[in-house]
Design a protein around this ligand. Structure first.
Ligand code: ATP
Length: 454
């Protein structure tokens, strides 16, 4: 089961503190969202799962965290200044602007008029002034993808880590695109995060690595709780390919508003490294400086057998964090009718993604023995390093359970009189089955690790 509509997810996201319209007390800013107390946990958990799979569980990938502000030369030579555009049309009747390739019919979605201009390219990159003098000579771009900094740091990383092909550089971070029509909640926004891997391979091995990565990324999305029946692969036709791509396979997900791209896996060939190698040498010649021996950016690798220096090819799995959060929330959402006819909403997140792993609830908030024991349990469980453990003394256990169902907390632990006066056991209540069982407090940590990590 998933949400019936985007509205259900938007409402839950706001009600429970996952996602808010940014600056909403002033009417918001279109295409910009903020992550609230639970949203930040969910998002961090998704990013951590990606980092684990892409960096820690492999020995051929290094990480990077590069700057957002980008020297315009980088995005000139990557081709973004010239070609990172979407086709835009204007409605002459109501003056609204639309993305031409998103129109179903040649009519304005705002007022229905067919008095539209011809499409023209609109560059999606944001610019900002750098330094105190605003004379137009000194500006930077907010990066439209995290990938470019991986290419421009290629030599820095390879010099400092001495990898052998194939190897990758991974990065998670913000990207900015001045989308003509941001829409569908956090699906298409102007400020978002990407999780990108640039995996460098020997030319000729690129096509088989491309297939390997497509399969591996599909598997990873399944592991995040995304059902295979709502994922599809789209082999992007050649006339739709980005300027750098030889082949792209999009992982499409059935979002509440339709089947759309969740992740793109592109074969970027040697386009970027090749272009930056060539252009930084031209840059050095024009600037009349010797290419710095330390940073001379020949972005190449030596083939250990043939001893030839070659620009490697690169396979790029590029996933949107926000689209991932939306997919994971949609998958987790379910409404159940209970035996007594009442309904409960459950966010059935995989435990590793759940914003709160365990809620510890004292049965009585004014009973010092129960409170002290509950606080000690919270502290002990928190020290396990599994993520957020919440101590919560609202005093109404039933309501607490329902609230934690709705935010997807896998386990609730209740400390009561029996715990402190009789046998030292606590009640552990399972989010999915609603089953409750007594577990000795002194083996609770093992129980939690087994259930949350697994
Ligand atoms: P679309 O065709 O939907 O505009 P794209 O093909 O331009 O996306 P890529 O350049 O391949 O997207 O970017 C890689 C990933 O970054 C996408 O798969 C998506 O998850 C995410 N992404 C791109 N643009 C946005 C956006 N405006 N809002 C949220 N996520 C985005």
């Amino acid at each position: 089961m998933t949400a019936k509509s985007m509205d259900e997810l938007v409402a839950l996201a706001k009600r429970r503190g996952f996602i808010f319209q940014s600056g909403d007390i002033y009417g918001g800013l279109q295409g910009v969202y903020d992550y609230g107390p639970l949203g930040v946990e969910l998002k961090n958990n998704l990013k951590a799962a990606w980092w684990r799979a892409m960096v820690y569980e492999r020995d051929d990938v290094e990480g990077l965290d590069a700057a957002i502000l980008t020297n315009p030369a980088v995005l000139r030579h990557s081709g973004h200044e010239a070609t990172f555009t979407d086709p835009m049309i204007d409605c002459r009747a109501c003056k609204s602007r639309w993305r031409a390739d998103h129109l179903d019919q040649q009519k304005c979605p705002g007022c229905g008029s067919d008095d539209l201009t011809e499409p023209r390219p609109f560059n999606l990159m944001f610019q900002t002034q750098v330094g105190p003098v605003d004379d137009g000579s000194s500006f930077a771009y907010l990066r439209p993808e995290t990938a470019q900094a991986i290419f421009t740091n290629f030599k820095n990383v390879t010099d400092s880590t001495s990898p052998k092909l194939p190897f990758g550089i991974a990065q998670i971070g913000k990207a900015f695109r001045n989308e003509i029509t941001p829409r569908n909640f956090i699906f298409r926004v102007r400020e978002f995060e990407q999780m990108e891997l640039e995996f460098f391979v020997t030319p000729g091995e690129d096509e088989s690595w491309h297939e390997t990565w497509v399969a591996s990324r599909l598997k990873w999305w399944h592991e995040q709780g995304v059902d295979a029946s709502r994922l599809e692969l789209y082999h992007v036709p050649s006339d739709e390919l980005a300027h750098y791509s030889k082949a792209t396979v999009d992982v499409m997900y059935r979002f509440p508003h339709g089947l759309e791209e969740l992740e793109g896996i592109a074969n970027r060939t040697d386009f970027d490294l090749g272009s930056h190698t060539k252009n930084q040498q031209d840059f050095a010649i024009h600037a009349k400086v010797e290419p710095n021996k330390d940073t001379n950016a020949k972005l190449v690798m030596q083939d250990l057998e043939s001893k030839q220096w070659r620009v490697p090819y690169v396979i790029e799995p590029s996933a949107g964090v926000d689209r991932g959060v939306l997919a994971v929330m949609n998958e987790a959402y379910r409404v159940e009718t209970l035996e007594n006819g009442s309904e409960r909403t459950v966010m059935g997140f995989k435990p590793h993604l759940a914003p709160i792993k365990v809620a510890v609830l004292p049965l009585k908030r004014n009973h010092s023995g129960i409170v002290a024991k509950a606080k000690a349990i919270k502290k002990e469980l928190q020290a396990l390093g599994l993520g957020r453990i919440l101590y919560e003394d609202t005093g109404n256990i039933g309501k607490g359970y329902r609230r934690h169902d709705e935010v997807g907390t896998p386990l609730c632990v209740t400390v009561d009189f029996q715990t402190v006066e009789e046998d030292g056991t606590v009640t552990v209540r399972d989010r999915d089955t609603m089953a409750q069982q007594r577990v000795p407090a002194d083996t609770l940590a093992d129980y939690v690790v087994a259930n949350i990590k697994g």
